[in-house]
Structures are given as structure tokens and as C-alpha cells.
Design a protein around this ligand. Sequence first.
Ligand SMILES: [Zn+2]
Ligand SMILES: [Zn+2]
Length: 242
Amino acid sequence: MQKCFRDRMLDFFYPPRCPVCDRVLAAGTEGICERCSIHVEYIREPKCCCCGKPLSDEEEFCSDCRGKSHSFLQGNALMLYDSLMQESIARFKYSGRREYGRVYAQELYRRYGAWIRRVGAQMLIPVPVHRSRRRKRGYNQAEIIAQHLSGYTGIAMRNDMIVREKATLPQKELSAAERLKNLEGAFCAGRGREVLNQLPECVIIIDDIYTTGSTLEACSKVLRGIGIDRIYFLCVCIGKGC
Ligand SMILES: [Zn+2]
Ligand SMILES: [Zn+2]
């Protein structure tokens, strides 16, 4: 992929690293290094027709999506959230490795670029973090991925469609029921809706991890509430379905 001036500047300040093993890549190479690409588990069929979780049998839906309706239509993820990717995402989120965002976006584009065009997405919307967390971390990891993906696809990215009102507890420490409770009233519509002349009909929400889907569901609900009908999502990592 041809690098723009902004990407070349980023290379200078944040030398490209393999996001899986964190090693600085040799000049002229990019993405996930050869060694790691053997170990990373990319999501393949069979997978849940709704949330995209990998399944061991040829089932249509995973147990989370069976008989349940979501506010989003469908979603896809790139890799399995295994121990390798847990470490990668942790460095991306908590150790300032924002440069991983470009690699994740590149990989998402390689794998799902055709799907993004097919669904007809008009806007990419990152899952927001609360302003206190953003201040502490310095960035929103989902927004970095969305920004790069916007560069690759030419689809606009907006970070003001949804606002995180409540500083919620980290979802990973909670059960499925607690996650839903934790997210109650956590998101609301942002000012993007007011400044836009026309709302998009179809959007893709971008996040780093999909586990039970409660965050994606809460964000989709807000977007449905303001009148966006077709909502999809893309995540870097996802858990295994059953
Ligand atoms: Zn590597
Ligand atoms: Zn599912």
C-alpha cells in the first residue's frame, strides 16, 4: 500500500512494529511479521451469520445471537482474541502503542474491504471512550483504527455521533449481566447529528474487541435512536462462539 505523507511522518515518530510480537520491523516491511502471521488465528468460516464469531460447527448463529435480535445487522472481526492478541491489544490500549492501529486497519481493509463496499457504508464510527479515559490514555484506540480505515476506504470517520457519558468499569471484569447493567445510559447521541445536513443511511461501528457484544449493542441503539437504520460493525478481535 502506498504511504501518504502523514503515514511517513508517523513512521518517523512511531517506527512500524509487528503488533503481535512488538518487534520493530525491518525497513520496507510492514504489517504482521512473517513469524507471527503463522500463529495468529484469522477468523474463517464457519462463523456466526450475525456477529461473526468463529464456530466449530456449521451452525447459522452462535449461542449469543440465536433467537436474539440486535440493533446492528451484522458484523465481522479479523482475529481470534487468544493470548497472543490479548497481549497485543493490551499494549495498543494501555502501553501507548498507537502505531498498531494502522496495521489493524490495513488488515481489516485487506480482509473486509470488499464487504465494506458491498454493505454500502457511508460513515465509520468508532466506539467512544469516556473523556477521562481519553485524557489518561491520550487517545481512543477505536478511533485510531477508524481513522486509518477511513484513509484506506475513503469513507468519512466521525467521532461525534456517539458520546460516552458515563465512565464505566472495564467490561472484561464483569459477567454478561453485569456488563449490560454497567452500560446502562453509558452512551448517548453526540452533536454530529445536529451538524450534519443529512444522516447516513448505513454506518460501520469500529471497535478493538467484541466479546458479549453489549458495547456494540448499546452504541447501535443510540444510532438507531437518531434514525440510522443500517448498522454494521468491524472489530479487530472476537471471542470464540459456541
Ligand atoms: Zn511479529
Ligand atoms: Zn453471534
